[in-house]
Design a binder for this molecule. Structure first.
Ligand SMILES: [Fe+2]
Length: 371
C-alpha cells in the first residue's frame, strides 16, 4: 500500500538524521492515528523478528502455540522429527484459523471443513474437493515462517529475514548467557492490557532510567542510578544498572534481593524486552491492539520453582514487578491522554539519557518510510 500524502507528511515529520540534542520526538499522530497503525502492520510487524513463546511450550514433538501479532495469526510448532516450524495460521480454503491457543497434535485440522495439514504444513486431505478442476493439493501448503530458538525463547520472522536472528542481535547472546539465561525455567505469565499506543510503553522503557527516580521510588532506592548506562546496537539496545547495597526498603518490597548484583534491560526492536535482575529474568512482549490500545505480556523465569524458599522468592519478585508495572501503566495511559491534547504535538529528548528511545524512533522511521 502506498502512503497517503497526509500519512507521509506525518511519517517524515520526524527527522531521523538530526542528532539527539537537535531532534524533536515523533508527532502525536504516530501514537494516535489508525492509518499509522495500519502502516506499521505492513512494515514494522511484517519485516522484523518477533517473539513467539517460551521454549517450554514447544519442547515435545507435536506441541504447538498460536501467536497473534498486529492482526496476523501464526502457528509455531515442533514437528514429528523435533524440528521447529512456523506457518501462517490460516486455512487455505476459506481462511479460518487452524489452531486456537496451544496444544499437542499430529496434524492440523481446520475446524471449519476439515482440511488437514501435516506438521510440515503440507495439505494432506481436503474432503470433497476431488472433483474440482485444476485443484492441486500440493499447491495448498501453509505459507511457512522462519523460526529460531534462542536460549529459553522462541522467535520467528513473519517475512524474509535479511539476516539470521543471532546476527541481528549479535552482541546480546554472550551478554545474556553470562547471566546463565539458558538454564532458566518459565514460571508464569501475566497479561496487562493498557489504554495506550504500544510505542508509548516502549518509549517509557527506553528513557535511560530518566523516570525511575520520579515514578518508581521503591525501585530507585535499590539501584545505583549513577551507574545507569545505555548502549545502542543495530537492532537492539541495552541499558544496565548496578544494584545499590542498601537493606530492604521501608515498604517491605525486597527489591535488593530481586535485583541482586545489578540489572540489564535489553530491547529487541520492535516490541520485545528481556530484563535480567540478578538470578531471574522477565520478558515483556508488547502487542499492539489498535492505535490507542496495547497489551503487554510478561513472562517470568527463575532458576528454581520447587520448594518453600523458591516459592517465597517467586511470590516476592512477582509482587515487586507488578508494583513497577502498575506505575508504568498509569504513566503510559497519562501520556496517551496528553498526546490527544490540542496543546501538544512533539517533544524533545534528554540527550544524555533517552538514547535508546531515539534509536527506536530512528528504526521506526526507517521501516515506515520504506516504499
Ligand atoms: Fe518504569
Amino acid at each position: 500500500m502506498t502512503m497517503s500524502s497526509s500519512l507521509r507528511r506525518e511519517v517524515t515529520h520526524f527527522q531521523p538524521r538530526l542528532a539527539i540534542d537537535e531532534a524533536m520526538t515523533p508527532p502525536a499522530s504516530w501514537y494516535t492515528w489508525p492509518d499509522f497503525f495500519e502502516r506499521e502492520r505492513e512494515t514494522v510487524f511484517a519485516q522484523n523478528w518477533q517473539f513467539a513463546c517460551p521454549l517450554d511450550k514447544v519442547r515435545e514433538n507435536g506441541q504447538y502455540v498460536r501467536v497473534d501479532v498486529q492482526g496476523e495469526t501464526y502457528v509455531i510448532l515442533r514437528d514429528e522429527n523435533g524440528d521447529m516450524r512456523g506457518f501462517h495460521n490460516v486455512c487455505r480454503h476459506h481462511a479460518a484459523q487452524l489452531v486456537v491457543g496451544e496444544g499437542c497434535a499430529e496434524e492440523l485440522v481446520c475446524p471449519y471443513h476439515g482440511w488437514t495439514y501435516g506438521l510440515d504444513g503440507v495439505l494432506k486431505s481436503a474432503p470433497q474437493m476431488g472433483a474440482m478442476k485444476g485443484f492441486k493439493r500440493m499447491r495448498f501448503a501453509l505459507p511457512p515462517v522462519e523460526v529460531e530458538v534462542w536460549g529459553p525463547l522462541v522467535f520467528f520472522h513473519p517475512g524474509t529475514p535479511e539476516r539470521p536472528f543471532a546476527e541481528s542481535f549479535a552482541d546480546l547472546g554472550p551478554r545474556l548467557n553470562a547471566f546463565g539465561s539458558a538454564a532458566l525455567m518459565h514460571v508464569t505469565r501475566r497479561r496487562y492490557p493498557m489504554n495506550c499506543n504500544w510505542k508509548v510503553f516502549v518509549d517509557n522503557y527506553l528513557d535511560g532510567g530518566y523516570h525511575i527516580a520520579h515514578l518508581h521510588r521503591g525501585l530507585a532506592s535499590q539501584l545505583s542510578m549513577d551507574s545507569y548506562a545505555t548502549q545502542v546496537f543495530d537492532m537492539h539496545s541495552v541499558q544496565t544498572c548496578a544494584s545499590n547495597a542498601t537493606p530492604k526498603n521501608s515498604e517491605g518490597h525486597d527489591f535488593k534481593e530481586r535485583i541482586g548484583r545489578g540489572s540489564i534491560y535489553a530491547f529487541l526492536y520492535p516490541n520485545f524486552m528481556i530484563n535480567r535482575y540478578g538470578p531471574i529474568m522477565d520478558t515483556n512482549w508488547v502487542l499492539p491492539i489498535d492505535a490507542t490500545h496495547c497489551e503487554v505480556v510478561f513472562d517470568y523465569w527463575f532458576p528454581a520453582k520447587e520448594g518453600a524458599e523458591a516459592e517465597r522468592f517467586i511470590e516476592q519478585s512477582l509482587a515487586a514487578s507488578d508494583r513497577v508495572q502498575q506505575e508504568d501503566i498509569a504513566i503510559s495511559e497519562s501520556v496517551q491522554r496528553g498526546l490527544r491534547s490540542r496543546s501538544y504535538n512533539t517533544g524533545r529528548y534528554a540527550p544524555a539519557l533517552e538514547i535508546a528511545m531515539h534509536h527506536f524512533h530512528r528504526l521506526l522511521s526507517s521501516d515506515l518510510t520504506e516504499v
